[in-house]
Design a protein around this ligand. Structure first.
Ligand SMILES: *Cc1c(COP(=O)(O)O)cnc(C)c1O
Length: 425
């Protein structure tokens, strides 16, 4: 459910005509809907209302200040994976006591920043990281609140590149070692072990792997408690998928029930780290057709957005629904096309063999469900600008990140003194 709908034949974001935004900022750009973000947050919060739950938005899905602030206003905490994200979350108004720091390779500086800011919890993924955190905490005369992220050896059944809970994946502490590492953590003077964490992957479209992982988490809680350890908090990660191609995904309430059924009676606080499910459907990427190139093998619709703006199709084979901004007059007439970007890579392809209403040069299109892992994964490959981000609220819209163009990019580059003279013509 989102708030991108046709009104009088024009695609609108809430009450704003997308074509009006194009007039102001050009193309391509990302456009986010406040009402959609709010709706997803509230649906999830109500699905978890029977549980002692804190929702820590996974900032890496979309770290725009306006998006984080929208969620902060609703009461969300944050899950961050770098010092940059920690600074973004704090600056957007997320209180430190609702911030969790995840990730396999947190540096000394990042651990120190987390301790200085007194965040809720640091999720630890290895023994060397635990030792380093202890040392950093000691030097700062602090005690670090820690959860151990376990690797439950569960296949999330998602794309290989975003499955994180299998034994050979780099994430978490292998299940058979968790007990020993937890005991070790309790012996470290500046570490306060408070619980366990798990996150088996992203874009999960079934509940079964979640349930398997939560049961393993539960088994570990039992084991640790039998050994006399106190477990107060469980972080169940993120990962619930969204219906990119209209396929079925578990509802937030079914997910909430799965958590309640497996972990609900353990008397632990629960942390949730949703990213995609909060913001994925809340964004579109708006683009213009540069050319339609008809060939003997295929017909190409070449658009002005590319893999550097939205890498999910080339990185994960992801499909984003592509729709016209001006609704087709006759929805019966269809053509089959490939929709591609202008970047010099064959992988710069958004759709192959797509059935769609015929489009012409300069027509406007939208790639749907681009709110998560879109703008945050953008690069400037081919020296293309970082595209603007727009946030809509009712009948208002605002540019929440301006275009970062070639002038801005060149400002960071320097010629060394031995190259400072311009070559002779
Ligand atoms: C990426 C990530 C999330 C968010 O995943 P989604 O699929 O966007 O919900 C949550 N927790 C951790 C540790 C992550 O790495």
């Amino acid at each position: 459910m989102d708030h991108f709908t046709y009104q009088n034949g024009v695609l609108c974001a809430e009450d704003v005509k997308v074509s009006d935004i194009v007039l102001e900022v050009g193309t391509p750009f990302y456009c986010y809907s406040t009402a959609t973000i709010e709706r997803h947050y509230k649906v999830l919060a109500s699905a978890l209302s029977g549980l002692p739950a804190t929702i820590c938005y996974a900032v890496k899905a979309n770290s725009n200040q306006a998006v984080i602030r929208t969620l902060a206003t609703l009461g969300a905490g944050a899950d961050v994976v770098s010092d940059g994200e920690l600074i973004r979350a704090l600056q957007a108004g997320i209180p430190a006591h609702k911030i969790v720091f995840s990730g396999v390779g947190k540096t000394e500086a990042e651990l120190a920043l987390a301790l200085e800011k007194d965040i809720l919890q640091i999720n630890i993924e290895s023994v060397p990281e635990l030792e380093r955190l202890n040392a950093v905490a000691k030097s700062l005369r602090k005690t670090a609140p820690v959860a151990l992220r376990i690797n439950p050896d569960i296949d999330a059944g998602s794309h290989d590149k975003i499955s994180t809970g299998r034994r050979g994946d780099k994430f978490g502490i292998e299940w058979p070692l968790v007990h020993e590492v937890f005991s070790h953590a309790t012996e470290l003077e500046n570490i306060q072990p408070i619980g366990l964490a798990v996150h088996i992957g992203s874009q999960l479209t079934a509940l079964k792997p979640f349930k398997s992982a939560f049961r393993k988490l539960r088994d570990m809680v039992d084991l640790l408690r039998e050994a006399g350890h106190e477990i107060q908090r469980l972080d169940v990660g993120g990962g619930l998928g969204i219906p990119y191609d209209g396929s079925d995904v578990p509802s937030p309430s079914a997910y909430g029930k799965a958590v309640a059924d497996t972990l609900g009676d353990l008397e632990c606080e629960l942390l949730f780290e949703p990213g995609r499910m909060l913001v994925g459907n809340a964004g579109i990427l708006v683009t213009r057709v540069v050319y339609v190139k008809n060939g003997t093998a295929r017909d190409f619709v070449i658009i002005d957005a590319a893999m550097n703006d939205l890498i999910r199709p080339s990185l994960y084979g992801a499909r984003h629904e592509i729709i016209p901004i001006m609704e087709a007059a006759d929805s019966e007439i269809m053509t089959t096309v490939d929709v591609v970007g202008p970047v010099c890579e064959t992988g710069d392809t958004f759709a192959t063999g797509l059935r769609m209403s015929p489009v012409g040069q300069d027509d406007l299109l939208a790639l749907r469900s681009a709110g998560a892992y879109g703008a945050v994964m953008a690069s400037t490959y081919n020296s293309r600008a970082l595209v603007p981000e727009i946030l809509v609220r009712g009948s208002q819209f605002a540019v929440v990140r301006e275009r970062v163009n070639i002038d801005a990019l060149l400002r960071h580059e320097r010629l060394p003194n031995w190259l400072s003279a311009a070559p002779k013509a």
